[in-house]
Design a protein around this ligand. Structure first.
Ligand code: ANZ
Ligand code: ZN
Ligand code: ZN
Length: 816
């Protein structure tokens, strides 16, 4: 009997002791950087769904390593963040202790999966040796005009007791507390100027070898719009408005300013104050779901002056205008914009048609807005122009009068990085009554998180005296520390760089090492990170490039999104659903190689798939058969037929693994295995084991050793294809064999349908083809007695003279 667990332990120990997966820069070898998105180390540990992700990466890393690449394949932990803080509070434990316990458990579990990480490069973001460099980058960004502080209305979850990013607000609720409404609060916040790179971030999307879907999401997220910036005078002050449809300028019948606009208060008149306040209290302006909201608003009492007609236009405060987009105010053209249309209908405001359709006549009793291009009407001297021409001409006219200019807008907003929480990187800033905002000196980093804090309401740093009270780095007088910590997306924006040089204590990393390893050649992770993490990481790489810390333009050349593993109940495997399968349980029963083989066998790994005990047992049988075969096969010569099949399989498996078609690779390996014979040459047997190695690393190491090898198969070379050995004739014969089987099955079914009994199956083949039809193999595949005759055999049993129907590669069949 096979003792899988003993074998696994033996090889895991051997790999670790010999440090075979540790790598160094080596200019003689081509590098390959494989990276999985590092996990947040949750207290509940890994389940099979996680094992699936890591197996996908490990197969790739092992494959590339055997193909002579110098493979960097590291692992670390995204260990700061709200979940750990909350879990620790709940468990009445210190977040650090709690997190480190979780990490140790993760490491143990990942090692048991046989993942070939270079563990010497391990990093954890809550380690001061790591977050020191977050603080360092924060200061660099501040020095280089990439960071600023601004009062801004923020999303606030009362349960999290912290500010949320826009992306963390779903349907007006907290992303974690799905039952909690997000409130708006005004706070002084730190922002990173991601918008400075908007153009480049957009342009370079085109160069990425990423799934099209993700690239599209990035483009939409960055959202570049060409339009016109128009000045409307309000109380003799300039107010800017961004529009993509300046051709509709004569159709403006009211203005809408965002209910969160910082200058809204300035234009609310005495008479309207009460009404507006009532509305503001009620309106929960949620930035993410503006499309779904019922459009609501209230008259502010003020008017704007139309730049071309000088008409007075009433200004409303509304819930569907985004404070941070454009200028936070829109010129409303209800006839040609659906949001404005709905608003106008609700409040019975004028709808003025200024664009007429070229195809069918539109009139002012329209049921919905007419949003297409057409030609202008009711637009003074611009009448009859097409929308395209009018955009140009009206913009020119505005430019002439210094009342507007063409302009470009991005949806991408600056990145709010302040968090009012404990478990994150302290922001390295001091507030001094005399000197104002003072950055900490670089030599004084890291600013460590105090340990043993009191959790209650709000941020424990804000009430921790020994942390809070400092001397001003400039004037040495009493001052106060910043108590906000950084968004944990800051941590995950550059961890792939730190892996390249994780022990450096003088710099975040050595530029030469980065130059060797970067970019990440293959990044693997969930599609849920299509926007935030991937945009921030791309921004960081570009910003650090401009600070001369590295040379690449993009962090991740290729990206692969894995599918989700579902439990046997059909739902995504998760602890909260209670359908998780634990690697330990599976490993005990079947061995971890069996689990790995199953995970990547059943479908293309970017598809969702279901865990199945039956499927796992199929993989187990296969591995057992391989083990039996290796221990009983006679090492001598390989037949030409098997040689041909082997080389063909090497070609196909190589191509498939390269493209993540692991499931196809495994089908090919199994087919090859089925065609192996009782004798084989040692080198060829080794090639077969190597093909299996990335999927089943432990068992193949064991068998590799059993057949007399002293080195690790993990470090051996991937088999090369010998094309001269691939013989078309064998392939055709194999195809013919398969189609004979399906022919026989068809005939058997017909017989069964007609209720005819039969005992034996007679097959008649052309004399030259007899060796293509192995009786044993046929009998095994059909599960009935099969007799094969050459058509030239004088003594054959052939009562109905079927044998004369036999053709080239198409034997005749008779059942009796
Ligand atoms: C007048 C107009 C007339 C508009 C028309 C559209 C159609 P993109 O950039 O493509 O998303 N807009 C401008 N600032 C806004 C804000 N802060 N919140 C919500 N909407 C805002 O669309 C730009 C268009 O979105 C602008 O063009 C403006 O409405 C609106 F027939 O101006 B338009
Ligand atoms: Zn919350
Ligand atoms: Zn000072």
């Amino acid at each position: 009997m096979l003792d899988f667990n003993k074998i696994e332990k033996k090889w895991q120990k051997a790999w670790e002791q010999k440090k075979i997966f540790e790598v160094k820069e080596n200019n003689k070898k081509k590098k390959f950087y494989v990276l999985e998105m590092f996990p947040y180390p949750s207290g509940s540990g890994l389940h099979m769904g996680h094992a699936f992700n890591y197996t996908i990466g490990d197969v790739y890393a092992r494959f590339k390593r055997m193909n002579n690449f110098n493979v960097l394949y590291p692992m670390g932990y995204d260990s700061f963040g709200l979940p750990a803080e909350n879990a620790a509070i709940e468990a009445k434990e210190d977040p650090k202790k709690y997190t480190e316990k979780s990490i140790n458990n993760f490491i143990k579990q990942q090692k048991e999966l046989g993942l070939s990480y270079d563990w010497s490069r391990l990093l954890m973001t809550h380690d001061p040796e790591y977050y020191k460099w977050n603080q360092y980058f924060f200061l660099k960004f501040l020095e280089n005009d990439l960071l600023y502080k601004k009062k801004s209305s923020v999303n606030f979850c009362s349960k999290c007791d912290t500010v949320l990013a826009n992306e963390q607000v779903h349907n007006g609720k907290c992303w974690r507390h799905k039952d909690t409404d997000v409130k708006i609060k005004q706070l002084d916040q730190w922002f990173i100027k991601t918008t400075k790179y908007a153009d480049e971030l957009l342009k370079d999307v085109g160069k990425l070898e990423w799934p099209e879907r993700i690239k599209l999401m990035q483009e939409n997220w960055i959202g570049k719009s060409h339009g016109t910036d128009i000045i409307f005078k309000i109380n003799n002050e300039d107010w800017h408005v961004f529009t993509t449809r300046v051709d509709t300028l004569f159709g403006v019948t009211f203005m809408v300013v965002s209910s969160q606009h910082p200058k809204l208060q300035d234009i609310i008149t005495k008479e309207q104050r009460k009404e507006v306040d009532k509305f503001l209290k009620r309106s929960m302006s949620m930035k993410e779901d503006i499309e779904l909201l019922e459009k609501e608003g209230v008259f502010t009492g003020s008017y704007a002056i139309h730049p071309l007609t000088n008409e007075k236009i009433s200004i409303y405060a509304g819930n569907f205008v985004i404070a941070e987009y454009g200028s936070g105010m829109v010129m409303a053209v209800p006839a040609h914009d659906q949001r404005d249309f709905e608003f106008a209908k609700k409040y019975k405001l004028t709808i003025k048609l200024v664009i007429q359709s070229k195809d069918k006549k539109i009139n002012e009793n329209m049921k919905e807005s007419f949003v297409d291009y057409g030609y202008l009407i009711n637009s003074d001297k611009f009448d009859k122009l097409s929308s395209e021409e009018a955009k140009e001409k009206i913009t020119k006219e505005l430019e002439k009068n210094k009342l507007g200019k063409s302009s470009i807008n991005f949806k991408l907003r600056d990145w709010l990085v302040s968090r009012q929480r404990y478990w994150g990187t302290p922001i390295p800033i001091v507030y001094c009554d005399d000197c104002g905002i003072v950055p900490i000196k670089e030599k004084d980093l890291p600013i460590k998180l105090p340990e043993k804090v009191k959790f209650g309401k709000g941020n424990p740093l804000a009430t921790n005296k020994s942390f809070l009270e400092v001397k001003c780095p400039k004037c040495n007088k009493k001052a106060k520390r910043e108590t906000d910590t950084m968004d944990t997306f800051f941590d995950s924006s550059w961890y792939y760089l730190r892996y390249c040089d994780n022990k450096n204590n003088k710099n975040p990393f050595d530029t030469k090492k980065i130059d060797y390893w970067m970019s990440v050649d293959q990044y693997i992770g969930g599609a849920e990170h299509a926007c935030m993490h991937l945009i921030y990481a791309r921004f960081f790489t570009k910003a650090l490039r401009d600070l001369k810390l590295l040379k690449v333009n993009e962090p991740f050349t290729k990206l692969f999104n894995q599918g989700m593993l579902h439990g046997e109940d059909g739902f995504v495997m998760s602890k909260s659903r209670g359908n998780v399968v634990l690697p330990e349980t599976v490993s005990k029963k079947y061995g971890i190689d069996t689990a790995r083989l199953f995970l990547v066998s059943s479908s293309y790994p970017d598809k969702d798939m279901e865990w199945s005990s039956k499927g796992v047992e199929g993989s187990l049988r296969f591995i057992r058969r391989v083990v039996d075969y290796v221990s009983s096969v006679k090492i001598s010569k390989t037949s030409k037929k098997v040689e041909s099949k082997l080389n063909k399989t090497i070609e196909e498996v190589t191509k498939n693994i390269e493209n993540f078609g692991y499931n196809f690779a495994i089908i090919k390996i199994r087919e090859l295995f089925d065609s192996l014979e009782k004798e084989i040459n040692k080198k060829d047997l080794e090639k077969f084991l190597k093909l299996m190695h990335p999927f089943c690393p432990h068992i193949t190491e064991e068998l590799w050793e059993k057949i007399g090898n002293k080195n690790f198969i993990s470090l051996d070379e991937w088999p090369k294809v010998d094309k001269s050995k691939i013989n078309k004739k064998f392939e055709e014969a194999e195809k013919a064999f398969d189609s004979l089987i399906s022919d026989i099955v068809n005939v058997m079914n017909i017989m069964k349908d007609k209720n005819k009994k039969f005992e034996k199956i007679y097959v008649y083949v052309l004399p030259k083809e007899t060796e293509n039809y192995n009786v044993e193999e046929l009998t095994k595949r059909i599960n009935k007695e099969v007799i094969v005759y050459s058509v030239s055999d004088k003594k054959k049993y052939d009562p109905e003279n079927k044998s004369k129907r036999a053709k080239f590669n198409k034997p005749a069949i008779y059942l009796e």
